[in-house]
Design a protein around this ligand. Structure first.
Ligand code: HEM
Ligand code: HEM
Length: 471
């Protein structure tokens, strides 16, 4: 426990360290699988094939990097916003070890080919049970801290944290309901179209409760701290919060347009996806309007760039997403590389930029020092943005070409291109994506170097720094 603040930040440090390690693993595997698509000889059966490495990539990225950092920052933020120390630091430490155990078990079991065949819910039932224990421990610790709070007002970040804790629990329990037949195999409790519907209700709300609400909680807390001015409108934030949560839950079937799922379910998902633009953009505007009279900080404070670019990518993502949810648009881009382009603008441009910003803010404070190099942080920023843009833009163009080729028909109605022809045309774009991935990886190495040097320069006894450092 920090004597000066009375808060317990050891577990935040632990989660941050491990989330960065898992983030590196995720990006390394991401780069490897993007090369495997170009050079099939890079597949090493049975463990290191594309089919097994792809879920390792997504799990390490979303659960290891994403959720690991969220856990670190939720503990930090909750203590400050409630003005109460964490309810049980011991339980939080146990949670850190369980978290790492789960991620290791996930990687090993996925490499061995144990897989429920549900995207983002691949893990088999024994690992699922550990995940549930992990989440219950986390939720209880945060809820107890909130219940014993000394600050009456609940700042918006706390609402997003609560939504994440409740949302993930409900989604995970329902979608993973299954009947085990052995230690490594189970069958879903749902069948056919119902199974698909439940899976994508889960899948899209994983986007909501893991890739949207936690970065928003972090954004709303660290952004005003960084700029030194309050958020433009707390009230708008709260209204947007409740509408976002209400609307997201209906949108899952936009992943299942043109499938045997009932038509009205698809239409409902399409309609709710379109209206989601409003609460999503309320947060974007909240960010932009908070910069009134502060835009000079984009040049002067390197961290502001991370936040403003991050929230801008969120804005773009939440315009592109609803467009994709429209039946006619979906008919064109579904099953094409357009979708990984959408995913990675969100994952790299929105989620990761906000996480980097949070980490740059936190590490100097946690280790009572200054950031080692703002120049390196700027280099990290630009390389990350360039790498991400190369990835997303190349995939969007690839997706449009792929879709146009798949849909091209001769006057007699037969397909103009064979499937192989549509595939080989994608190679140049895959090279670009891999190149973008390598640039992103370099940016990550710079980030990690900067963080390690910062931690090394920290001395436990010194007073915490107040400023983040100018550009
Ligand atoms: C620059 C580093 C990265 C590279 C090169 C990369 C590469 C890839 C590739 C090649 C795929 C498979 C695409 C396909 O199925 O055609 C993929 C999927 C995915 N990646 Fe990454 N990735 C990177 C970073 C990340 C990060 C940091 C996250 C999350 C925070 C992430 C989340 C995902 C998700 C959710 C999918 C599944 C997409 C889908 O099903 O459409 N990736 N990635
Ligand atoms: C208003 C908000 C959003 C809407 C309506 C939306 C809509 C969609 C739609 C319709 C798809 C399916 C594309 C297809 O396969 O045809 C999709 C895929 C996806 N979106 Fe979004 N999106 C939104 C925001 C976001 C955000 C902020 C992220 C954060 C990273 C994100 C991550 C993903 C992922 C990971 C997938 C791939 C799922 C898969 O097939 O594996 N989306 N989105």
């Amino acid at each position: 426990m920090d004597i000066e603040t009375g808060y317990s930040d050891e577990v935040t440090k632990g989660f941050l360290t491990w989330s960065i390690i898992w983030g590196l693993v995720a990006v390394l595997v991401g780069v490897l699988i993007s090369f495997q698509l170009i050079f099939p000889q890079l597949n090493f059966p049975p463990f290191l094939t594309y089919g097994r490495l792809r879920p390792i990539h997504t799990n390490a990225a979303i659960f290891g990097w994403g959720i690991g950092s969220f856990m670190a920052m939720f503990y930090y933020i909750t203590q400050r916003l409630t003005r109460s120390p964490i309810w049980s630091p011991g339980l939080a430490r146990f949670q850190l070890w369980l978290f790492n155990l789960v991620i290791i078990l996930a990687a090993v079991t996925l490499a061995m080919g144990f897989n429920q065949s549900k995207e983002y819910a691949e893990l088999e039932w024994p690992v699922d049970i550990l995940v549930v224990i992990l989440w219950v421990i986390f939720a209880v610790n945060i809820f107890m801290t909130i219940m014993k709070r000394k600050e009456e007002q609940m700042y918006i970040s706390l609402w997003y944290i609560i939504a994440t804790l409740v949302g993930v629990a409900v989604l995970y329990l329902v979608n993973n309901a299954s009947i085990p037949v052995s230690l490594s195999k189970s069958y879903s409790a749902f069948a056919g179209a119902n199974d698909a519907n439940v899976q994508w209700w889960y899948g899209h709300n994983a986007v909501a409760m893991v890739l949207t609400t936690p970065p928003l909680a972090i954004f709303y807390y660290f952004f005003p701290k960084t700029t030194g001015v309050p958020i433009y409108s707390h009230r708008m934030g709260i209204i947007a919060f409740w509408s976002l949560i209400f609307m997201y839950l209906w949108t899952g079937a936009h992943h299942l347009l043109w499938t045997p799922v009932p038509d009205w379910v698809q239409t409902l998902a399409m309609a709710f996806s379109l209206v989601l633009i409003a609460p999503s953009w309320a947060s974007v505007f909240n960010g932009y309007f908070s910069m009134n009279g502060q835009w000079h900080q984009m040049r002067e404070n390197f961290l502001v760039k991370f936040f403003i670019f991050g929230i801008t990518f969120y804005g773009l993502q939440t315009l592109q997403g609803p467009a994709q949810a429209v039946r006619t648009f979906s008919a064109f881009i579904h099953y094409t590389d357009w979708v990984p382009g959408h995913v990675h603008m969100g994952a790299l441009g929105w989620v990761s930029l906000i996480l980097f910003a949070g980490i740059y803010y936190l590490v100097p404070r946690l280790y009572h020092t200054q950031l080692y190099s703002v120049k390196l942080a700027n280099a990290h920023f630009w390389l990350a943005v360039i790498g991400q843009l190369i990835y997303s833009i190349s995939m969007w163009i690839a997706g449009v070409q792929q879709a146009a080729m798949l849909h091209a028909v001769n006057p007699d109605g037969s397909l103009h291109y064979s499937f192989m022809e549509t595939l080989t045309e994608l190679y140049p774009y895959w090279h670009m994506r891999a190149g973008g991935g390598v640039i992103y990886l370099v940016s990550l190495f710079i980030f990690i170097f900067n963080i390690i040097k910062t931690v090394q320069s920290g001395s436990a006894g010194a007073a915490p720094v107040r400023a983040t450092g100018a550009a």
